[in-house]
Structure formats: C-alpha cells, structure tokens
Design a protein around this ligand. Structure first.
Ligand code: AMP
Length: 354
C-alpha cells in the first residue's frame, strides 16, 4: 500500500493530471508532474514538476527515483522509455500500448469477445478502396496513432471520396471502420485493483459534436440502460485481460445489435468528470485509491444524477455568468489561449435528491 504522505508521479500535465492531483492532495499525497510544457494545468496545482520530453530516459529515471509510484494521464506517450520505471508504473505500459494503436486495440477487444464495428487495417489508397468495397459506406478512416477528439479522422460517404479521405488523414497507417448506426453513445468507467477488485460508476450517456464530447448525462436514457449490463461485462473482460490497475474507460455505441465498443482509454476520462460532485467517490480519487492499493470508495450517486457540459474554446469566456449560478460546479483548467476545439473547463449540475 502506498500511504498518504507519499509522492505520486503523473506523466502528462493536462486537465486530467490536474484533477488527479487535486484528488490525490485531498488524500494527503503529493504529486510530481512530468510534461514537456511549462505552466500546464496539472503543474499549477502540484508539489513538483519536471519539464522534459516524454522520451527523455535520463529525466524519466530521475523522476522515477523521486516518486513512490507513477501513473499517466495522456495516451500518446512513447511506451518503450517507460520501461525504466519498472513496476512503479500503474497502469502498465501494456494497457497504454494497446490503447494507443487503433488496430491493436480492435484486435484486442475482439479477443475479449466484445463487439466492434467492421474494420480493416489500411496503409495505402488501394487498401482503403478495398476496405470500402468490403465494408460498404459510410466508412470512417482513423489514423492508427495520435488521434483524439475526432482528429486524424475522415469520413468516406461515397467510394469516390476514398482518395480525399486518405489525403485528409495524411496518408498515415490507419483503420477503416464501418460507420455504426447508433441510437446513443455511452461509456463504462471501471476502476480495478491489482487483486481484481473493481467498481463501476453509473454509465453516462455522451453527446458529441465535431468528434468532441459536449455533454455527459447520468442517468442515461432507457435505450442505453438496457445495454449497460452487457457493456459492463465486456469492459470487465477487457480490464482483466489487460491486468489493468487503475481506471479504464470504454466508450460504446448503443446499436440495434447491442453495445459496440468504439475505443478504450487506459485512464480517467472526460465522460467521468461528473463523478467529482455527482458520485460519492470520483473517478480521480478512485484511480488514486486503486494505484495506491487503498480500499475502494463507493461509486454510488451522490444526488439523483448529473449533467456535465464541457467548456470548449471560447465557451470559457462565459465564466462570470457561470460562477454566478449558485448550484453550478464550475471547473476551469488554467489553460492559456482558448483555441477552437480546446477543452478549457467544464460545468456540472447535480440533480438533487427528491
Ligand atoms: P473517436 O475519436 O473514435 O472517439 O470518435 C469521435 C466521435 O466520432 C465518436 O464519439 C462518434 O460520435 C463518431 N464516430 C467515431 N467512429 C464512428 C463510427 N464507426 N460510426 C459512427 N460514428 C463514429
């Protein structure tokens, strides 16, 4: 067990690191952030900060020696240098390696007997065209690596669009994925301990715009609720197969044939931000508890439900109006410029108990 007073290293210095660090501080831990950029959201609220590139082995080694345990909040890390951290790293680099390559991820999910959309790995225009012929339209091309929030993606609605889509994603190795005709999107977030104990929160129903999460709502609609049990079972099989320690998120489409996995994230997730005020124990606190091997907290709802809205780009300019709403929980991440599509903060409304 890693006890309060210890130092937790967090690789990645964005808003997820910030919220992890705040939850860790509440439990009496100190956090040390490792990130290539100064003045990030996490370093602002943490005890220590190392500025270094993610593949700087010497800096990673010093960092590993300075902390009691290490976790990560960012997926696009080179895995190989992380080996220097040994078993201080939780979750392991394997969870990361699988989640950061869409082709490996899909194979792995299929191996766990969970449903994914029809897909093909592609690395040339010929292969894209063959995939479109096999899968039918619409198809979405997604780069195997470095995609997030809809970036590195292009839709093919007509076979004639294949070349333009291939160009649009930079002719990178990709997966071609059949478009799923879904009624809703939702996520299952699980925290898993080294000994296999685990706990899930109620599933949030997620609304996206331009590939970016806009709103998460708990409880979910009936159309989603009927698919949650099957989705949870799939999530647990995935977490077990990864031997995952900490929080794991699986995003699903609710389709006519049942839940279809969209992607997995080996970390706390935007669709779980509502748990900060909406659940007895937040995803951030539970992640810290799981990696430190403290007992699990309750994941029950704190009220009757919650709605979380992201503040994207200039939405954050409305902060004065938002903080004037007495029942609204306002989170502002301390980022610099409010660029379009950038997640600058979020707000959560809790539905009170009747
Ligand atoms: P992703 O970055 O893979 O999570 O994709 C961002 C969003 O694009 C998803 O949340 C969906 O709204 C949409 N999307 C991605 N893949 C598909 C698909 N195969 N079928 C339908 N919509 C998709």
């Amino acid at each position: 067990m890693i006890e309060p007073g210890a130092t937790i290293g967090i690789i990645g210095g964005g808003q997820l690191g910030r919220m992890l660090s705040m939850a860790a501080a509440q439990l009496g831990f100190k956090c040390h952030i490792f990130d290539p950029h100064d003045h990030g959201p996490a370093a602002q609220v943490s005890a220590s900060f190392t500025r270094a590139a993610f593949d700087d082995r010497a800096a990673l080694e010093l960092f590993g020696n300075a902390v009691d345990i290490v976790t990560y909040e960012f997926e696009n890390l080179p895995c190989e240098p992380l080996a220097i951290l040994g078993d201080k790293l939780r979750p392991s680099a394997r969870s990361l390696a699988i989640a950061q390559d869409r082709a490996r991820e899909k194979q792995f999910i299929e191996g766990c007997d969970a449903r994914v959309a029809g897909w093909r790995a592609v690395s040339s225009l010929d292969e894209v065209e063959a995939a479109v012929a096999a899968l039918g339209t619409p198809v979405v091309l997604k780069t195997r690596r470095y995609g997030y929030d809809g970036k590195g993606q292009a839709w093919i609605r007509d076979p004639a669009d294949a070349g333009a889509a291939w160009d649009a994603i930079g002719r990178e190795p990709a997966v071609a994925e059949a478009g799923v005709d879904f009624t809703a999107e939702f996520s299952v977030i699980v925290a898993r301990w080294a000994d296999g104990r685990h706990s899930c929160w109620d599933s949030a129903e997620n609304q996206h715009g331009d590939g970016i999460l806009r709103r998460s709502t708990v409880p979910c609609s009936d159309a989603v609720a009927v698919q949650v049990e099957e989705a949870r079972e799939a999530t647990l099989r995935i977490a077990e197969a990864l031997d995952h320690i900490g929080v794991l998120t699986v995003e699903f489409f609710a389709s006519e044939t049942g839940p279809v996995v969209n992607e997995i994230a080996p970390r706390v997730h935007n669709s779980g931000h509502w748990t900060i005020e909406g659940a007895v124990t937040s995803q951030f606190e539970q992640h810290i508890r799981a990696i430190c091997d403290l007992p699990p907290g309750s994941t029950a709802l704190a009220g009757n439900g919650a709605t979380m809205d992201n503040l994207i780009g200039r939405d954050v300019d409305r902060w004065a109006e938002l903080v004037a709403e007495p029942d609204l929980h306002v989170h502002i991440y301390g980022k610099g410029e409010a660029r379009p599509g950038r997640k600058m903060g979020h707000v959560t409304r809790i539905s009170p108990r009747a």
